[in-house]
Design a protein around this ligand. Structure first.
Ligand SMILES: [Zn+2]
Length: 450
């Protein structure tokens, strides 16, 4: 099972050959039901191609969609139109790939020097800066009197991370935020006026006492972002029951509360769908998220092996986004998570519902899933060995249906696996998962703001 997980991970990372072959096989069948299967395989490949900006895969998926639609007597004109445009884009894609490579090498040692001046700070970069290289935001907690002004700049530090005390602000910190972003933070106990200017390869950041009410228009405060955290199950529905009788509903509530606290601390507006051990229907969870106009919906779960014989081999973190794509694995896990509300539904109505999936939202959800999965793994692997990457996958999850915002479901691990069950009950491990989810959210917002 582990090697299967690895194999799926590899497919996700780049090669879609197996899925393409499967789609081709289904579409060439004389069985109509199989043709529909092939069509949905091509759709999912198409979405993956859009997300990964993989032009070749996109063309192959579009060709398949045209062929398969025609065979089924469906309208294929949209796909054909896009395919025509896609051919013209092929050359441009090749060029941009080369420039991406070049760009990565340019990012190295980008920030060379920091000079404190009167009233401003000078940051010397190795290459000229553009306004689009810089992403700014404010994290403000008025109650506690903490104001953070953040500048994320594309690049890799050429100096050691460090912090300073300045006259006008309590602290200024410079650090590597992630693989390709430098983070500069100014922290103070009052609101300040802060603005920046680019002069070739210099970034000048000016600091002043707050005058007037005007804030910088480019700064987006986290306080305007609403996130709903959904601890799975609860009450009569205990979710999966695992090693030593540990219950999914208890573990995920504890993790969700930690995520809640950390997001709150980062300045977001956060809600939990449940705060204790009680039952809520799946529909009401997203209904709540829609009501509070959430920007993101994150459902937290723990997985279970389908058979006792698999409890040792099945482990790992997996993140799902809503899509009708029906891999056996996603279907099985979805069936487990869906069973509370889906028992009385006919197969037909389930499928009709799943067809109302908005493509834009699916792409955003997939992006969020990728960011969160990656950051959970990064966080856990700092302290733990053998954390398995179960990958990011589309799946027909009922709890995500109806959410009007990007929505994902995280399976934080298998509570039927003894090692993972013990880890999942450990506050340290839970905290690392929460840290990963929060970093994933930050990374998602940073990329979607650009
Ligand atoms: Zn669950």
């Amino acid at each position: 099972m582990i090697s299967l997980l690895v194999a799926i991970g590899v497919i996700w990372a780049g090669s879609y050959e197996a899925q393409l072959k499967r789609a081709e096989y289904y579409c060439s069948s004389t069985n109509k039901e199989r043709n529909y299967k092939g069509l949905s395989e091509y759709k999912s490949l198409y979405i993956k191609a859009l997300i990964e900006e993989d032009g070749d895969l996109r063309r192959q998926a579009l060709k398949g969609l045209v062929e398969c639609s025609k065979k089924l007597g469906l309208d294929s004109s949209e796909y054909e139109k896009e395919l025509g445009q896609s051919h013209r884009a092929k050359k441009r894609v090749k060029k941009s790939r080369q420039s991406k490579k070049k760009k990565l090498s340019l990012l190295k040692n980008r920030l060379r020097k920091v000079v404190l001046r009167r009233g401003y700070v000078e940051f010397l970069f190795a290459y000229p800066l553009k306004e689009s290289d810089i992403d700014t935001k404010i994290l403000a907690d008025r109650r506690k009197g903490v104001y953070k002004y953040i500048f994320d700049i594309e690049g890799i530090l050429g100096i050691k991370p460090r912090s300073w005390r300045l006259k006008s602000v309590k602290a200024m910190r410079v650090a590597q935020f992630d693989r390709s972003h430098i983070r500069i933070v100014f922290e103070h106990d009052k609101e300040i006026d802060i603005w920046h200017k680019i002069a070739g390869s210099k970034l000048l950041i000016y600091l002043g006492k707050k005058r007037g009410k005007k804030s910088l228009p480019r700064l987006i405060s986290n306080a305007s972002r609403v996130i709903v955290i959904d601890p799975g199950h609860g009450g009569k529905d205990s979710g999966a029951v695992g090693y030593k009788g540990k219950k999914e509903k208890d573990i995920v509530l504890s993790i969700a509360k930690r995520v809640y606290k950390k997001l709150k601390k980062a300045g977001y507006k956060v809600y939990l769908t449940r705060r204790g051990d009680y039952f809520i229907s799946l529909r009401n969870r997203t209904r709540f998220a829609n009501k509070v106009k959430a920007n993101l919906f994150i459902s937290i779960h723990a997985n279970a092996a389908p058979k006792k014989s698999k409890r040792l081999s099945m482990k790992g973190v997996e993140t799902f986004f809503l899509s009708p794509a029906r891999s056996e694995r996603a279907k099985r896990i979805a069936a487990l998570e869906n069973r509370v509300d889906m028992k009385n539904m006919s197969y037909y109505s389930k499928n009709v519902f799943l067809n109302f999936i908005n493509r834009e939202k699916t792409i955003m959800s997939n992006k969020l899933a990728i960011d969160i999965q990656r950051n959970i793994l990064l966080a856990l692997r700092k302290k733990y060995r053998g954390v398995v990457d179960g990958g990011v996958r589309p799946g027909p999850f009922w709890v995500l249906v109806g959410a009007q915002m990007p929505a994902i479901l995280v399976e934080t691990g298998y509570i039927t696996n003894p090692t993972e069950a013990m880890r999942l009950s450990n506050p340290l491990y839970q905290n690392l998962i929460a840290e990963g989810i929060v970093k994933g959210v930050e990374s998602y917002f940073r990329n979607s703001d650009r």
